[in-house]
Design a protein around this ligand. Structure first.
Ligand code: CIR
Length: 263
C-alpha cells in the first residue's frame, strides 16, 4: 500500500471557542464557530467514509489554533516525531498531542533543540522522500534535526523552500499520489517538483492548493471549480468540504488532521 496516501488512522481536534483569536496573515474577519463546526463534521465524515479509524479530540481553548493538529507532529510508519512549532502561541500544542500518539505508536521522538523550529504544515510526505519547506515557521535547524531523527528509519528528508509570504509549504501544494502533486504555479516554478507530475492550481484559485489525498478520495475545499475539474479529469474522486472559516485563519484540508498507519 502506498504510504503517502493510504492510511488506517487519523487524529483531528474540534475547534475551540478561542478560534476567533487564531493567527492570520491578513484580517478578513473572525471565523464563525458554528459554521466551522459544521465543516469539521463533514471533514471527519469524509475521512471515516474511507474506513479509517478517526479519533476526534476535545477542543483546547487555551490554544486558539489547536484545531490545526497537523502542525504538532509528523507521523511515519515507524514512529511519530513531535514538532516544535515556530509560532510561540502554538508551541504548547505539540506536548498536548504526544499522549494521543503514544497510545497508537510504540516509538515517539521529539524535536528538542532550543533553536529548532518546524511545523507539520511545511512537511509533504512523499512515497520515497519527505519534502520540508523552510518558512517563517520552519528553520534550517528544525529541518536538520528532523533529518537526523528519522535517518535510522530509512527516511530521506529533502529541504525545499516555502515561497515568501506563504504560511506553509503545503499551503501551496498537496500530494495526489506517489508520482503526482497539485501545486500553485509560484511553488512549482521553484523547481522542487522535478520528477513529479504536477497538476497546476487554476489562476485565481491559489487557496485550493491545500487538499489531501486520503485513501480513495481527495478532500478538496469547496468553491474552486476550475481546479476541482482538473482533478476530476485526472481521475481523482473529489469530495468538496467547506473551508470558508478555516481559510480566514490560513487553514485548510491538510491542517485539520494527522494521517498515518502505525506499524
Ligand atoms: C497558524 O497561523 O498557525 C494557523 N492560523 C493556521 C495553521 C495552518 N496549518 C497548516 O497549514 N498545517
Amino acid at each position: 500500500m502506498p504510504r503517502s496516501y493510504s492510511f488506517s488512522h487519523a487524529i483531528s481536534r474540534k475547534p475551540a471557542q478561542s478560534i476567533i483569536r487564531g493567527l492570520r496573515a491578513v484580517d478578513t474577519g473572525n471565523p464563525d464557530l458554528a459554521l466551522m463546526e459544521a465543516h469539521h463534521t463533514a471533514y471527519i465524515a469524509a475521512l471515516r467514509s474511507t474506513g479509517a479509524e478517526v479519533t476526534v479530540l476535545d477542543a483546547l481553548d487555551a490554544y486558539p489554533d489547536s484545531v490545526f493538529v497537523e502542525d504538532t507532529a509528523l507521523c511515519l510508519p515507524e514512529g511519530a516525531v513531535i514538532m516544535r512549532p515556530g509560532a510561540p502561541s502554538r508551541l504548547g500544542e505539540a506536548a498536548e498531542m504526544e499522549p494521543h500518539l503514544r497510545a497508537l505508536y510504540s516509538e515517539i521522538r521529539r524535536i528538542e533543540g532550543e533553536d529548532s523550529f518546524i511545523e507539520g504544515g511545511d512537511i509533504l510526505m512523499g512515497e520515497t522522500e519527505i519534502l520540508v519547506g523552510r518558512s517563517a515557521r520552519t528553520n534550517e535547524a528544525g529541518i536538520a534535526e528532523l533529518a537526523r531523527l528519522v535517518a535510522d528509519w530509512g527516511q530521506v528528508v529533502r529541504e525545499v523552500h516555502t515561497p515568501p509570504g506563504v504560511l506553509h509549504f503545503k499551503t501551496d501544494c498537496s500530494l495526489m499520489d506517489a508520482e503526482t502533486v497539485l501545486a500553485t504555479d509560484r511553488l512549482a516554478a521553484s523547481g522542487c517538483f522535478t520528477g513529479y507530475k504536477v497538476i497546476a492550481v487554476a489562476e485565481g484559485e491559489e487557496a485550493s492548493a491545500n487538499a489531501i489525498r486520503f485513501n480513495g478520495i481527495v478532500l478538496f475545499p469547496a468553491g474552486f471549480p476550475k481546479t476541482r475539474d482538473r482533478l476530476v479529469a485526472a481521475g481523482y474522486e473529489v469530495v468538496e468540504i467547506g473551508n470558508s472559516e478555516c481559510q480566514k485563519i490560513d487553514g485548510g484540508m491538510s491542517c485539520l488532521s494527522l494521517r498515518f498507519t502505525p506499524r
